[in-house]
Structures are given as structure tokens and as C-alpha cells.
Design a protein around this ligand. Structure first.
Ligand code: DC
Length: 220
């Protein structure tokens, strides 16, 4: 049986929270692939690697000791023994992860790692290319959207909750820029898979979106 459910969509569409809740409800694990690109960006920045240098980025990706500790909720992302879960959530890493994710060598390494992690186990995998590239045979594919105002508002609230200083209009500008980059890149761009179920969460609560998804899953 196919054991993968994919949830793709732009930043602020509610993917992470919804994927986590859905996974819990159905007893699946949760795979946050955006966190993996964020980790690559963090390590590349730390090591002063040029973000246009695909070869070095590829080598760096293949040497990363990256794993999720599933005991955390959300799962903690470990780089070796270091917990980088919070470090990867800064506005700077938002933009750098988008940049580094356009590089072919990085995508190739991360795609391989994502497939390896999810092999043989029930997973709700969220990202940008889960349904189109990484898990094209997934049992269910969802694509979450919401208006850019609502998405920027969610992002802004998230930053405030984390104690970061943020200006709403800058959050919105950055979110739009990142989405544009993620949509327009030639490799694995953000887009719904042809067989994805599209859910617009602009006027829905998180619980309502999860309910909609569960009602689809019950059909299988
Ligand atoms: O979901 P997120 O905001 O944590 O993702 C950070 C960046 O990583 C996003 O701007 C694009 C990239 N990404 C990607 O290219 N493919 C994925 N499957 C997940 C994220």
C-alpha cells in the first residue's frame, strides 16, 4: 500500500501545522522538507559557501549529518548533535533557503534523502515539490493555498510569537518575493501536481482544513 500523503503550497498556507496535526490523527510521521532546505542554507552560510556554487553546495549536502528527532513535537532537526530547529526559522534563512533550493545539486541530494527517510513508513510530507517530483505516486496529494494577505498575516503572527521584531509590510514583501522565486525556478517549482486536491484555506480554520483532508482520506 502506498503510505505517503503530500501537502504542497506556498509559505504561510498553513502546511506545517496542518501536516503535523493530520499526521498525528492518522498515526503517520511528519516530514518537513522545508526544514531540510533551511538546514542547507544555514550550513552553507556558516561555511561561507557561495550560494551560486552548485558543486560545493552538492558536496556540502552529501556530507550533512541531518536527521529528525521524532520525539519532539514538532520533530527537532539535528545537525550531528546540534539542535538547529530554532536557528533555521529566521527571516534571513527564509530567503537563503529559497535561494539554495533552486540549485540542482541541492535538490538532487535532498530529494534522495527525503525518499530514504520516508521509505516503507507512513508519512505526511510537506513542501513545494512533494506531489510533483519527490513522491509522484503518493496515495493522496493536497495543495494548500490562501490569499497573500492572509499568508503574510500568519507569518507575521508566527514571528511575533517567537519574540522576533517584525514589520507587517516587510513580512509581506519578503513572502511574495520568496513565493515568486519558488514558483519561477526551473527545477521542481512550486505548483500543484495534476492530480492534487486544491484547498484554499483563506477563510478556513486549521481544524476545518484537517477535517476536509480527513474526509477525503476516508474515501480510500
Ligand atoms: O516550507 P519552508 O518555508 O520551510 O521552505 C523554505 C524554502 O525551502 C522555500 O522557500 C523553498 C524551499 N523548499 C523547496 O524548494 N522544496 C521543498 N520541498 C520544501 C521547501
Amino acid at each position: 500500500m502506498n503510505h505517503i500523503i503530500t501537502i504542497d503550497g506556498p509559505a504561510g498556507s498553513g502546511k506545517s501545522t496542518i501536516s503535523r496535526i493530520l499526521a498525528k490523527k492518522i498515526g503517520y510521521s511528519y516530514l518537513d522538507t522545508g526544514a531540510m532546505y533551511r538546514a542547507v542554507a544555514l550550513v552553507a552560510k556558516r561555511n561561507g559557501v557561495d550560494f551560486d556554487d552548485g558543486k560545493r553546495l552538492g558536496i556540502l549536502c552529501n556530507s550533512l549529518n541531518l536527521r529528525f528527532d521524532k520525539d519532539g513535537d514538532p520533530p527537532r532537526l539535528l545537525l550531528g548533535k546540534e539542535d538547529i530547529s530554532s536557528l533555521i526559522r529566521s527571516p534571513e534563512i527564509d530567503m537563503l533557503s529559497s535561494k539554495v533550493s533552486a540549485v540542482g545539486e541541492v535538490r538532487e541530494a535532498m530529494t534522495g534523502l527525503q525518499r530514504k527517510i520516508a521509505k516503507g513508513e507512513g508519512y505526511v510530507a510537506e513542501g513545494r515539490d512533494m506531489g510533483t517530483v519527490v513522491f509522484p505516486e503518493a496515495a493522496w496529494k493536497f495543495y494548500l493555498t490562501a490569499s497573500s494577505d492572509v499568508r503574510a498575516g500568519r507569518r507575521y503572527e508566527e514571528l511575533l510569537e517567537r519574540g522576533e521584531k517584525a514589520l507587517k509590510n516587510i513580512v509581506k514583501t519578503n513572502l511574495k518575493k520568496r513565493d515568486h522565486q519558488d514558483r519561477m525556478r526551473p527545477l521542481a517549482p512550486l505548483k500543484p501536481a495534476e492530480d492534487a486536491l486544491i484547498i484554499d484555506s483563506t477563510t478556513l480554520t486549521i481544524e476545518e482544513v484537517v477535517e476536509v483532508m480527513l474526509s477525503y482520506l476516508k474515501q480510500s
